[in-house]
Design a protein around this ligand. Sequence first.
Ligand SMILES: Cc1cc2nc3c(=O)[nH]c(=O)nc-3n(C[C@H](O)[C@H](O)[C@H](O)COP(=O)(O)OP(=O)(O)OC[C@H]3O[C@@H](n4cnc5c(N)ncnc54)[C@H](O)[C@@H]3O)c2cc1C
Length: 559
Amino acid sequence: MNAKHDDLHLDPLASTHEVFNQAPPLENYDAFTGDTALKEAVVREGGDWGLGDLSRYGYETTRPEVIEWGYQANASKPEFEPHDRYGHRVDQVNYHPAYHSLMNMALREGLHSSPWTDPGPGAHVVRAAKYYMHAQVEGGHGCPITMTFAAVPSLKLTPSIAERWLAKVTARDYDPRNVSHQDKQALTIGMGMTEKQGGSDVRANTTRAYPVGAEGPGELYELVGHKWFMSAPMCDAFLMLAQAPGGLSCFLVPRWREDGGKNPLQVQRLKNKVGNVSNASSEVELRGAHGWMVGEEGRGVPAIIEMVAMTRFDCMIGSSSGQRQVMAQAVHHVAHRAAFGETLLDQPLMRNVIADLQLEVEGSVAMTWRMARALDHQEDEHEKLFARLGAAVGKYWICKRTPHHAYESMECLGGNGVTENFILARLYRDAPINAIWEGSGNVQALDLLRAMGKSPKVLDAWFAELAGAQGRNPVLDKAVNALRKELGDSEALPYRARDLVDRMALTMQAAQLVKAGNEAVSDAFITARLDSGHTRNYGSLPRGVDVDTLVARANPWNA
Ligand SMILES: Cc1cc2nc3c(=O)[nH]c(=O)nc-3n(C[C@H](O)[C@H](O)[C@H](O)COP(=O)(O)OP(=O)(O)OC[C@H]3O[C@@H](n4cnc5c(N)ncnc54)[C@H](O)[C@@H]3O)c2cc1C
């Protein structure tokens, strides 16, 4: 052996190379204070009293341990066990412990209940900001959090049910045990509307409900049928639609019967989904499952729509949150990565991409938090009318823009972005979910037409809102006038519905940004989205845009 070879053997761990030009982990930062668009929106829409608490939670959500829970909860799919070891039916779904840690964190923070337990100006605004930061860690467990939150207005429709359930549903605690709701102090709620033959068209539901004794609101029924998509099947009860003698009605169906037996709401299998992995979604059969009627007989859709309206709002928060997290990851990476001798963030074309991606976040945040304020002031007629269209337009647009935004942000990380070691891959797989569930794209667009057809007042309120930004930017004024003309043309409305929602979303986002008062942001948005057309790829901002301001606002370290 020559000396050279010996040297190598003497040091078998000789380093092959030095690791450099990789970003450090993005953690231990204030996700609230470092998010200028969010912070400004919270103040603007009435949540300034919550700033201190939001900053605390901003740090909480970026703790390395919490970030790790997000990875762990998605590393293994939830597993279904129909029976216990002795053969008793239990319909148990087992999750990774990290999923439970995330659930515990969310519920203890009141993300499922704070606007109901502590209502008032800014209640939805502050809760939305917390949820937005929380969901950046992991989106899947948000499903039962959102459903529990959203079920409250529906549960309130029937006093006998509200009395027995609301305190436990809004409690800030988590009890994942597979035992009766009677033996728990904190409960979660899911929903079952979608059946094999139809999800959007719930009138086609074939599940039947038979009265056990007396009929009507709050009374007990037996349900026979199935549900094709029932997420978070370990929830303690589910709001479901079924055909009662008097028509399609809403029921609260618990996991366990009040006599202590297992309610025959039986999970058949879990869905094998492309994303949303930590969240179990199940197919179930109801074999005479007990459920109490919620709302009036034959008025099941209006009863459950109270819940759906809230879940749609949460989809706006969730998708905005996904956009913010991929943005933060992208800008963090390019700030630490050099190529061709220069940091990527300093290179003009990358700055164009980052600035354009940030514009998407700016529009989503402005629209979502304007909606949050509307929800905080439902006693005000204008806010109520604004929220009616705002939910459909916002859910449609923000959720639909998210997958491509995630993909472009992923590309900023190059090959790293595609590997499961980085959160971008998960966020990309999760990105389409919100657009599909709770009213897919076309259904949202058609819902808009339905609302406008029912009362012209909703459109008056929409244009009154847009008028607040009138005269500040000629391109926006022109787009609003064109929108008015388009909406005035009643021909082929269903065929044109997506185009109308697109225009409504973009002009409303622009108007909110104008009203927010940062001209660098609003001018850039209007130039890029209303003047240049929005069909181009990200990164094609024209000359003259204040890219520096947008890049600084994207940077999570910009506290
Ligand atoms: C991750 C995930 C979780 C879910 N969790 C739940 C849950 O917990 N509970 C639950 O009840 N459901 C749940 N769903 C189901 C979801 O709500 C439905 O899949 C959705 O509402 C669409 O229904 P569908 O699948 O039957 O599609 P369809 O209703 O058949 O729609 C198919 C397509 O046709 C379009 N379409 C429908 N009507 C029209 C029309 N009139 N004109 C033009 N286009 C139209 C839709 O927009 C859609 O693109 C979940 C779905 C996902 C992806």
